[in-house]
Design a protein around this ligand. Structure first.
Ligand SMILES: [Zn+2]
Length: 188
């Protein structure tokens, strides 16, 4: 529809999740009319995120070093791990301020289940909270993990109900998610 770079930009934006053709066009023209310095900063940030951000070798969260900020924090409780699907779920749980343990991010690892089992093997962790998304896939993952982990003598709990069913963890407000976390129930 447009010539050259403008159309290329619209096409690139349109490949992003949640951005339809109209939004892609609106963002492209916004960038076209923005100050050069702002667009350059934006472009530099895009390059930086690919070059500098990696995944924490312990938990799979996004990190700017070998280990993420949370795994490096010595005040965190090492005996409890909260299993989430994506780094954005770590942010959602952190916002509740209800959790002082560490995380295991399934989406940030090549073989996330194996890596979780390795972490649980040394006996330090006594409780695993399964905070996968409240949809069919998340439930299936939680059930599978519970079956795998319970024989190791680790307490396994699942977030309490009350979360919007079928959605992503990140869509729950922090009060609802905080309640679901503090009211977590043991998986028997
Ligand atoms: Zn980490």
């Amino acid at each position: 529809m447009y010539e050259g770079a403008v159309q290329d930009l619209i096409d690139e934006l349109g490949r992003l999740p949640g951005i339809g053709p109209k939004s892609a066009q609106r963002i492209a023209f916004h960038l076209l009319s923005a100050e050069s310095v702002d667009v350059e900063r934006f472009a530099a940030t895009l390059i930086r995120v690919k070059n500098e951000v990696r995944f924490c070798r312990i938990c799979g969260n996004v990190a700017e070093a070998d280990e993420c900020r949370i795994c490096r924090d010595t005040r965190r409780d090492l005996s409890i791990i909260c299993v989430v699907e994506e780094p954005k779920d770590v942010v959602a749980v952190e916002r509740t301020r209800e959790f002082r343990g560490r995380y295991h991010v399934l989406g940030g690892a090549i073989s996330p289940i194996d890596e979780l089992m390795t972490r649980l093997a040394d006996g330090v962790v006594t409780e695993l909270i399964l905070a996968t998304d409240p949809n069919l896939e998340g439930e299936a993952t939680a059930t599978y993990l519970a079956r795998l982990v319970r024989p190791m003598g680790i307490a396994v709990s699942r977030l309490a109900s009350g979360l919007p069913v079928g959605g992503d963890l990140e869509y729950a407000d922090e009060v609802t998610l905080g309640r679901a976390l503090s009211g977590r129930r043991r998986v028997e």
